[in-house]
Design a protein around this ligand. Structure first.
Ligand SMILES: [Zn+2]
Length: 864
């Protein structure tokens, strides 16, 4: 599963607005969403604050209870579901035929998870005629009394007829369950004209038992087949392949989906909607993309690298993609970023992008994350939520692997740095074990530790054992445990089998412990001793409970073009290592593989960083150097020159970092850097770099330069470059900014919405009212929120007759929008328009001010 949040600043502002209105109930995530993502690709690292916590997080291990893995009494062999839907009531009618067998000990009872059902019939299937069975149902679990004791050599089958009512479930305190419904009906009656009608499911962690009876635990595996009866207009999707599709001649159709390999219940999925399927293949295997018809023409733009990803992962793991078919669907209002249901991945609607929008960045990271789960999570599944890093750390590391394979080592390392930074930013403050057997809520396991920190630990493990051993060990782990469930020791044993080494220390310190090393590195060279001394001191809290970390440290010594490689093992709080050096090295590069998960204070000199930038091989070497140049450019001439040189780094993100690091505040630097920056705006292949360079040059407030650049950039294919062009022109040539915004106002993208709305609003032309009207009538969510904010400025600047119409529009939104936070912001904006008009002290505005007050009174009356 992948959690994503977009537009963080906006989100936070909305949260603030929403918090003014208690009980707003808008932001129900799993309580665990933490993600960092190259969102618009315009600004690389958007860090996301953890969900605003309302509960005290001071729980300690002592207060939390040990989370046992589920004890298996009965195994599920297969699950067959026959389902149909009542869209009006948002109910699902289900008939489940499930085959069980006792796991080891004989048993005469069975407990199933079945959340919020009406049970109509529960029978034991028998050739001599079905038998009704006694059961006790508490609306959460079904306790079933079998007709006799069964041994593990026997199977028995149950038939359960039921109605699932996912919207009517309540928690103990009787509030509606909004984030674990399992089955979601979207716009079920088609009342929202701007949203398709569809349904989809989300199982992880234990929500699928809200729509079918099962043993809803990750250490359970079942075969699955689902017959879905839907109106003929709908396309269906589920696990496996569609083995039949029958027209029922009554306006409905029954599609039968079947997967012939066992999966955990949380990975079962079904969906129905108006999706158009685009077919692709990998080695003859179907690879299908389900999209709303509007986005179907861009299916290959959105998903087109999928077959190459399947091929890459199959090859490097030595385990071919194991499920026979791969499908992906983009749905509306998804509760997460994406979910790795076996062979039927669900994505949230941020993947609805046009060809042109994808120029600014594709969504391959999320696509490859879910795909990699098809080995780590789907084929080999964590036996308990305590072991979820065995799913999520791998899926996160799978993103690093894909970037490295597809775009080169720099791109993989860039992805790794994003993971490291997200963890350091938010996860290191409240240290927890990676594999956690103590937690309050299983949803808490889906955090920056299980994803990003775990990804970094795998990166470090790969560097320690070497690439060949690493991928061989993964092959052994996957092969030995396929279609089974695992805990962390299965992974260790595979690595030990392959490397022949005892790796308890690594797994104990990095998977089964909390915290991270914080180190100070200092250097000393003395001529007489012909030795280079390197002292590393671990400065984190070290005591009996928290011993010093064991650190395998690669150290490279550079003498001109000659490099000497060493690896030392650090296992004390403070250690000094001695390396032969007959002259003073130009650079001592500690952690030369840049793979250790630690926080470093490195006391290198400016000249060593310059040398490092020019000679050391890795992305991180150059990244660290650029960070140092940023701080030293005013103090050290060589750092300043090196920073200017790094504007032409071979990797795009470092060019962007160099641009952002550059201080354009003295004549010399302006003279040196300006031609390079202009060249980047004109010729760089990456829109992120063109955007950054244009932004930087715009800070010079040089009207002629901006106008000259705009002549080129206003024809750019990238929306982010266009948006930056409008913003750059706004200050120096507002008329031209307005004309450019006008020329782009019919583009089919939300990327330009903000900048166009802002530009039209500051101009206040009456003729632009219809644009605002149209957008306000079709947008929702964050987009609508942001449009309302811009509309406020427009209504202050436009003429009186249009102003009245706009006020009516905002008043209608304030009283009729379904989302209370949107209503509130529309009402708040009306007040602000009134305040702005009043502050002008213009008697001609008196009537309009009175009109707004009149509308506000109406809004107020209606809200009562
Ligand atoms: Zn995931």
């Amino acid at each position: 599963m992948k959690f994503l949040l977009q537009k963080i600043a906006l989100l936070i502002s909305i949260l603030i607005a929403a918090s003014l209105h208690s009980g707003c109930g808008l932001f129900h995530h799993h309580g665990d969403n933490y993600y960092t993502y190259d969102w618009t690709a315009a600004d690389s690292t958007a860090s996301v604050e953890n969900d605003i916590q309302t509960e005290d997080q001071s729980d300690t291990e002592e207060q939390l209870s040990y989370q046992l893995s589920h004890a298996i009494i009965n195994d599920i062999v297969s699950t067959s579901l026959d389902v149909s839907f009542d869209w009006k009531k948002q109910h699902m009618n289900g008939k489940a035929t499930i085959v069980f067998k006792p796991h080891f000990y004989p048993t005469d009872s069975l407990t199933l998870d079945a959340k919020g059902f009406d049970i109509h019939k529960l029978e034991l299937i028998s050739p001599a005629g079905n038998k009704l069975l006694n059961y006790v149902y508490d609306s959460s679990q079904l306790h079933i009394f079998l007709d006799r004791k069964y041994s593990s050599a026997e199977q028995y089958s149950l038939l359960i007829e039921y109605t699932a009512k996912p919207n009517e479930r309540t928690t103990a305190g009787s509030s509606a369950i909004t984030d674990a419904k399992g089955l979601y009906f979207i716009n079920p009656l088609g009342e929202d004209k701007n949203k398709p009608t569809e349904l989809w499911t989300q199982g992880e962690t234990e929500s699928n038992s809200a729509w079918f009876p099962t043993i809803d635990k990750p250490n359970m595996k079942t075969l699955i087949d689902i017959s879905m009866t839907v109106d003929t207009q709908f396309t269906t999707i589920s696990n496996g392949v569609m083995i039949s599709s029958a027209d029922n001649k009554n306006g409905t159709r029954t599609d039968h989906w079947k997967l012939d390999r066992p999966i955990a219940p949380y990975l079962v999925m079904m969906g129905a909607g108006n999706w158009k399927i685009t077919h692709d293949t990998w080695k003859g295997m179907p690879v299908d993309y389900y999209l709303e018809p509007e986005y179907s023409p861009y299916a290959k733009d959105i998903f087109g690298r999928t077959p190459e990803m399947i091929d890459y992962y199959s090859t490097i793991l030595g385990v071919p993609y194991p499920w026979g078919i791969f499908k992906q669907v983009v749905v509306r209002d998804f509760v997460s970023g994406a979910m790795e249901n076996v062979s039927a991945v669900v994505h949230f609607d941020a993947l609805n992008r046009t060809h042109r929008e994808i120029i600014d960045g594709n969504m391959d990271d999320i696509i490859c994350h879910e795909l990699f789960h098809h080995w780590f999570g789907d084929l080999v599944t964590c036996e308990s939520w305590s072991n979820i890093p065995l799913n999520e750390s791998f899926a996160t590391f799978g993103e690093v692997m894909w970037n490295e394979y597809k775009y080169g080592k720099d791109a993989g390392d860039h992805q790794h740095l994003n993971d490291l930074n997200s963890y350091l930013l938010a996860g290191s403050e409240n240290p927890v074990d990676l594999i956690r057997f103590y937690y309050a809520d299983k949803e808490d396991m889906f955090d920056v530790n299980s994803y990003q920190r775990g990804g970094c630990v795998l990166y470090m493990l790969r560097a320690y054992v070497g690439d060949d051993a690493f991928y061989k060990a993964l092959n052994v782990y996957l092969t030995q445990n396929k279609f089974k469930t695992v805990e962390i020791h299965n992974l260790r044993l595979a690595f030990e089998e392959v490397t022949g080494q005892d790796l308890n220390w690594f797994f104990n310190e990095y998977f089964l412990s909390s915290g991270l090393p914080v180190v100070n590195i200092s250097y000393n060279y003395s001529d007489g001793s012909n030795a280079q001394f390197v002292t590393i001191e671990q400065t984190q809290t070290i005591d009996e409970k928290n011993p010093a970390f064991t650190l395998p440290v690669d150290v490279d010594l550079y003498f001109g073009n000659e490099v000497k490689h060493y690896r030392v093992m650090m296992n004390q709080p403070k250690q000094t290592f001695t390396f032969p050096a007959y002259s003073k090295p130009d650079l001592v590069n500690v952690d030369a593989s840049k793979s250790i998960l630690w926080q470093v204070n490195d006391n290198k000199s400016d000249s060593e960083y310059v040398f490092q930038y020019l000679h050391a091989p890795l992305y991180m070497d150059r990244y660290e150097a650029i960070k140092n140049f940023q701080n030293e450019q005013d103090l050290d001439e060589n750092s300043r020159l090196a920073l200017i040189a790094s504007l032409n780094d071979k990797y795009w993100s470092l060019r962007k970092d160099a641009i952002n690091a550059l201080a354009l505040d003295d004549e010399k630097t302006i003279a040196d850097a300006k031609p390079l920056l202009i060249n980047l705006v004109k010729t760089d292949p990456k829109p992120q770099v063109r955007t950054a360079a244009l932004k930087k040059l715009a800070t010079l407030n040089d009207k002629d330069l901006v106008n000259e650049l705009a002549s080129i950039t206003e024809h750019d294919s990238s929306y982010s470059v266009l948006a930056t062009t409008i913003n750059a022109l706004k200050d120096v040539n507002p008329d031209r900014a307005y004309q450019l915004a006008l020329s782009l106002k019919n583009e089919n993208t939300s990327s330009l919405l903000n900048v166009i709305a802002g530009t039209l609003a500051s101009k206040g032309n009456d003729s632009d009212f219809s644009w605002f009207e149209n957008k306000l009538n079709t947008a929702d969510g964050y987009e609508l929120f942001s449009l309302i904010t811009k509309m406020k400025d427009y209504l202050v600047n436009c003429g009186s007759s249009v102003r009245r119409k706009g006020i009516d529009l905002l008043a209608t939104i304030a009283t009729s929008n379904k989302a209370s936070w949107i209503c509130m912001s529309a009402e708040g904006d009306l007040k602000q328009v009134k305040d702005s008009l009043e502050s002008k002290e213009d008697p001609a505005l008196a009537d309009d001010i009175a009109y707004i007050q009149h509308k506000l009174d109406e809004v107020h009356d209606q809200m009562k």
